[in-house]
Design a protein around this ligand. Structure first.
Ligand code: SF4
Ligand code: SF4
Length: 441
């Protein structure tokens, strides 16, 4: 099997910093006291609570019911007493209605958590049902309900499933460790997705800077027909859906279209692992691997943590801050979200907690654009970030739309290269929000 030579226009090669955590095996961390489970951890409608204050809940018990097709139920990650149902700050930067549970430290499982049949004995609709009931969403950060991807419109035939193991964001190593430590489960998850969709071909796309993971996943693929590793040249943002599809299949997802329009579904390797666990143990999505890292963290680690665990506890588990923290980010440095509090909880899409020390983020005031076009050269979507940003800063969102702001994948490459430190991705993100708000009216 050879490395796919395909590359794309734009993109960047930021320093990876993955060496801070990629050698450390996944450790389990159990929350000390309270977990905060937001009723909206996914793209789509928030859940309705199924419990009330003072109720006793068990691990894996469904505590929030999905509302609508694009939604996903939420489950308790501990056993204990519900102490509040109220708005709490979330890592998305918004207040989200959340169920707060005081753990009894026992981790008693709900009686409904039972293993399912082997994948070979499950029908496609049974796999879809398990995935839906387990509340599985895209775990690379997108948090799109996986059930929706497994139910494409009837006129769209899916023949290829890609597992995204690129993990191209600097610093993050959660997917890398999962591929090293749980390759067989990841491949089982891939086979389940393929069966649910009737797809004949499955790939695990991994960048060539993770040779050890390539080896392990290849070994796990060996006994199955139709599944293989696709080795990709390392380049940011290779892990974006459109770029990984083009790299592996040669198919191009047109502007305004989705992968299903070209017969492909892309899921994260963590999502596939969650599906395998939901089938094997009947376990809903109540935990995930989080990389806690950065030069501002004493001892970077990859932790398997319960959903709802506050960031503060995980930072303490890693020895606390090293020096004065300059910025705490949920996710990676390119697409992550800066946090104002470390009392927000881990949600299904939290791939990492990154702490950058003060001197790494010395805030530079943006300077005027010098029309150097570096942002244009770096944009993997062939956009003109300088113009979209300038129009956005003037609140001219119609012009932003004309310049295809909605095609921006918010990869941050333009901001990364801009010598004037212009707030490019932030202003383009705002423009996208305003264009979509206007369309909804
Ligand atoms: S305009 Fe969007 S897609 Fe292009 S480089 Fe900037 S953030 Fe990435
Ligand atoms: S990289 Fe920055 S300074 Fe250069 S053209 Fe783009 S916005 Fe202007």
């Amino acid at each position: 099997m050879k490395t796919r030579e395909y590359t794309f226009f734009g993109g960047i090669h930021p320093r990876s910093y993955k060496e801070l955590s990629n050698k450390y095996p996944i450790e389990e961390y159990l929350p000390k006291s309270q977990v905060i489970i937001p009723l909206q951890q996914h793209i789509g409608a928030p859940c309705t609570p199924l419990v009330k204050v003072n109720d006793y809940v068990k691990v894996g018990q469904k505590i929030g019911e999905a509302n609508g097709f694009v939604s996903a139920p939420v489950h308790s990650s501990v056993s204990g007493k519900v102490v509040a149902i109220e708005d709490r700050p979330s890592s998305s930067g918004k207040l989200v209605k959340s169920i707060v549970i005081e753990s009894d430290g026992e981790f008693n499982y709900d009686d409904n958590i039972k293993p399912n049949e082997d994948i070979n004995n499950l029908k496609p609709e049974e796999i879809r049902y398990i995935v839906r009931e387990a509340g599985i969403v895209g775990m690379g950060g997108a948090t799109f309900p996986t059930m929706v991807k497994l139910n494409p419109p009837s006129d769209k035939k899916i023949d290829i499933v890609i597992l995204n193991g690129a993990e191209c964001e600097p610093y993050l190593t959660a997917d890398h460790r999962l591929m090293l430590e749980k390759p067989v489960d990841i491949v089982h998850g891939l086979l389940a997705i393929m069966k649910a969709l009737g797809a004949s071909k499955g790939y695990v796309g991994i960048e060539d800077n993770k040779q050890d993971a390539i080896k392990e996943i290849r070994k796990a693929c060996k006994e199955y027909a139709g599944v293989e590793v696709a080795v990709l040249k390392t380049k940011y943002p290779k892990g974006s859906e459109k770029h990984i599809i083009k790299a592996i299949t040669g198919r191009e997802v047109p502007s305004g279209k989705i992968p299903a329009d070209v017969g492909v579904v892309v899921d994260n390797v963590g999502t596939a692992f969650a599906i395998a666990e939901a089938i094997k143990y009947g376990k809903p999505l109540i935990e995930r691997v989080v990389t806690v890292t950065g030069e501002g963290i004493m001892t970077p680690k990859n932790l398997r943590v319960k959903i709802g665990t506050p960031f503060r506890e995980l930072i303490e588990c890693c020895g606390g801050f090293k020096g004065i923290p300059g910025k705490v980010i949920s996710g990676g440095p390119m697409m992550g979200i800066a946090q104002y509090s470390i009392d927000v909880p881990v949600i299904k899409g939290t791939s990492g907690i990154l702490v950058l020390p003060e001197d790494r983020i010395a805030l530079k005031n943006p300077k005027p654009c010098i029309k150097c076009a570096r942002c244009v050269d770096a944009c993997p979507m062939n956009l003109l970030p300088l113009f979209i940003s300038a129009y956005s800063l003037k609140n001219d969102f119609d012009k932003c739309e004309e310049y295809h702001a909605l095609d921006c994948i918010e990869c941050g490459s333009c901001s990364y290269v801009c010598p004037s430190k212009r707030p490019l991705v932030e202003s383009i993100r705002l423009a996208k929000r305003e264009i979509l708000r206007k369309r909804r009216k």
